[in-house]
Design a binder for this molecule. Structure first.
Ligand code: TYD
Length: 212
């Protein structure tokens, strides 16, 4: 459908997916690919403003339903202004989180709202990545790492270890639901080791660089 390639990274907080998104962007650029590295919530000026609304403040600041709307509004803006234009010109788009995060964090964390998330996604977003890397990590290793960052964006991390464990199980189940799209990668080991695992899985789907 798109001339470009749309890749996303997903995983629990502290899984190392942001590092992996950066490393993959660097490797592909070194091979001559035109890469747009972006993130959610955010990735466009308007969506970055919504990011502040959803990631800062008290855990009960928003109801799950309001959150679904805010994350979807942010995603729609990100899609219109960053993702679609880049794909249309044949670029490789790498997003640190995308719709699977909403399926998990809003769809699963506080009651079963998955149908609501999926309905809104179909209505307002409608685009799935070509490939999603799920960086799988034991929350006992990931959560302390995420909390130690002190970025002021710990609203979801503040929900605690039990939530992270449910998110991990949820992501693994999601990978089984979409086996053709979601690739589960073991997140333990050095960043370079994990990056090798990612590249190995991507290689068969990677077109030749636009200008090598
Ligand atoms: P992120 O910046 O990826 O955090 P980290 O780098 O620490 O992994 O994501 C911030 C938080 O936003 C994360 O706790 C998950 C949450 N989130 C949702 O709840 N729903 C969403 O749709 C997205 C994209 C993120």
């Amino acid at each position: 459908m798109n001339p470009g390639l749309f890749l996303t990274f997903e995983g629990i907080d502290g899984s190392g997916k942001s590092t992996q998104a950066r490393l993959l962007a660097a490797s592909l650029r070194a091979e001559g690919h035109d890469v747009v590295l972006t993130r959610e919530p955010g990735g466009s000026p308007g969506a970055e403003q919504i990011r502040t609304l959803v990631l800062e403040g008290e855990t009960d600041r928003w109801s799950p339903e309001s959150e679904i709307l805010l994350f979807t509004a942010a995603r729609r803006d990100h899609l219109e202004r960053t993702i679609r234009p880049a794909l249309a010109t044949g670029k490789v788009v790498i997003s640190d989180r995308y719709a699977d995060s909403t399926r998990m964090y809003q769809g699963l964390s506080r009651g079963d709202l998955r149908t609501m998330v999926d309905t809104l996604h179909d209505l307002m977003i409608g685009i799935e990545p070509d490939l999603t890397f799920l960086i799988d990590m034991d929350p006992a290793l990931g959560l302390p790492r995420a909390l130690s960052r002190q970025t002021g964006e710990e609203r979801f991390e503040s929900f605690g270890a039990a939530l992270q464990a449910r998110m991990r199980a949820g992501f693994l189940a999601l990978a089984q639901e979409f086996p053709a799209r979601i690739v589960t990668v073991d997140g333990e080991g050095t960043p370079a080791t994990v990056a090798d695992r990612v590249l190995t899985r991507l290689r068969p789907k990677l077109p030749p660089p636009a200008h090598g």
